[in-house]
Design a protein around this ligand. Structure first.
Ligand code: NAP
Length: 315
């Protein structure tokens, strides 16, 4: 059974690791590849995958809107988002789903952050924000939206009249939950938002990284009440895609824990080329056992498996 994730870039996608771990959990044999598509080639690349007996495709940036057009039928969540992140080829049709909102709500629930009547500020009005508005409203949250380009937030309000639009610079304290749905961190930019906005609020970043210290979390952690990056959302949206394809819901906690704490295997006798210590070099492995990183426990030396070193080698 053939599955894949398509995007651009795609090399660092964790989806193969996650789906293969789910498959192992429930005893299914699947293949799950990464497909890099040129920006203008989504339709033909996706078509080629399904012609070659592909069953399910996950879709990531920048193709979620293209996938919405590609699908023959779309579920209500993808219609509300105008975007598809999961395609299921079945009986000659392509069914389009959006599992991002379900993934976010599942992760907020795992964190124990109440949503019913919660006052939630979403910063950002791009594709990701559009996908989470309806699921949060459906949980009974009171939703406010602020975006750098205000017109984009106003356009979302036309679609979802219950939300209230605010200006980024006028934001102030008083939120139960603040969700960063912008791509500012990717560009190493701070959000132009007054720091009191985050005071005592639970702050969630849709962006994720294994150590959870995303640029947004670093910006707000000294003010925020509690913080989380979006790795749990990634795992939960994958679990929902897995359920759609295989009709079985996998367990997510063990997979999330394993992603957060990759296995380390120390190499006996190896000397660190940076600090010179012996027995401190280890290899880190992903969920599938593939070595991804060589690093030193005693200093900040690390290199990827192609030998690209992340720090200068002087002592
Ligand atoms: P998008 O459609 O390109 O929208 C980008 C958003 O970021 C817009 O609201 C944009 O504001 C805002 N923005 C960009 N740079 C900014 C800056 N320097 N300051 C303030 N606002 C800025 O992208 P998207 O698809 O919504 O994705 C947003 C983020 O969510 C991405 O980082 C993505 O990786 C993440 N995501 C995570 C998951 C998960 O499973 N954890 C799922 C989906 C998405 P303007 O409108 O003014 O340009």
């Amino acid at each position: 059974m053939k599955f894949a994730v398509i995007g651009n870039p795609i090399a660092h996608s964790l989806s193969p690791e996650i789906h293969l771990a789910f498959a192992a959990q429930v005893g299914l044999e699947i293949t799950y590849d990464r497909i890099l598509s040129a920006p203008s080639d989504f339709h033909s690349t996706a078509q080629d995958f399904f012609t070659a007996h592909g069953i399910g495709l996950n879709v990531t940036a920048p193709f979620k809107q293209d996938a919405f057009k590609f699908a023959t039928e779309n579920d209500s969540a993808s219609k509300a988002a105008g975007a598809v992140n999961t395609i299921h080829a079945t009986d000659g049709v392509y069914l389009g789903y959006n599992t991002d909102g379900i993934g976010l709500v599942a992760d907020l629930t795992r964190l124990g952050w109440p949503l019913q009547q919660a006052k939630i500020l979403v910063i950002g009005a791009g594709g990701a924000a559009q996908g989470i508005v309806l699921p949060l409203l459906n949980q009974g949250a009171e939703l406010f939206l602020a975006n750098r380009t205000r017109a984009r937030a106003e356009a979302l309000k036309e679609q979802f009249p219950k939300i209230e639009v605010l200006g980024l610079e006028q934001l102030s304290r008083g939120w139960d939950i603040v969700i960063n749905a912008t791509a500012a961190g990717w560009q190493q930019q701070q959000l132009p938002v007054p720091s009191e906005t985050f005071e005592d609020a639970r702050c969630y970043d849709l962006v994720y990284q294994r150590d959870s210290r995303t640029p947004f979390i670093q910006q707000i952690e000294s003010y925020a009440g509690d913080t989380s990056d979006g790795l749990g959302m990634l795992v939960e949206q994958a679990a929902e895609a897995f359920r759609i394809w295989h009709d079985v819901k996998p367990q997510t906690n063990s997979v999330l824990n394993a992603l957060r704490n990759p296995k380390r295997q120390f190499i006996s006798g190896a000397e660190c080329p940076r600090c010179g210590n012996q027995d401190t070099i280890y290899v880190e492995r992903d969920l599938l056992g593939t070595a991804t990183l060589r690093a030193c426990h005693a200093c900040n030396y690390s290199e990827d498996m192609e030998g690209n070193v992340s720090v200068e080698l002087q002592k």
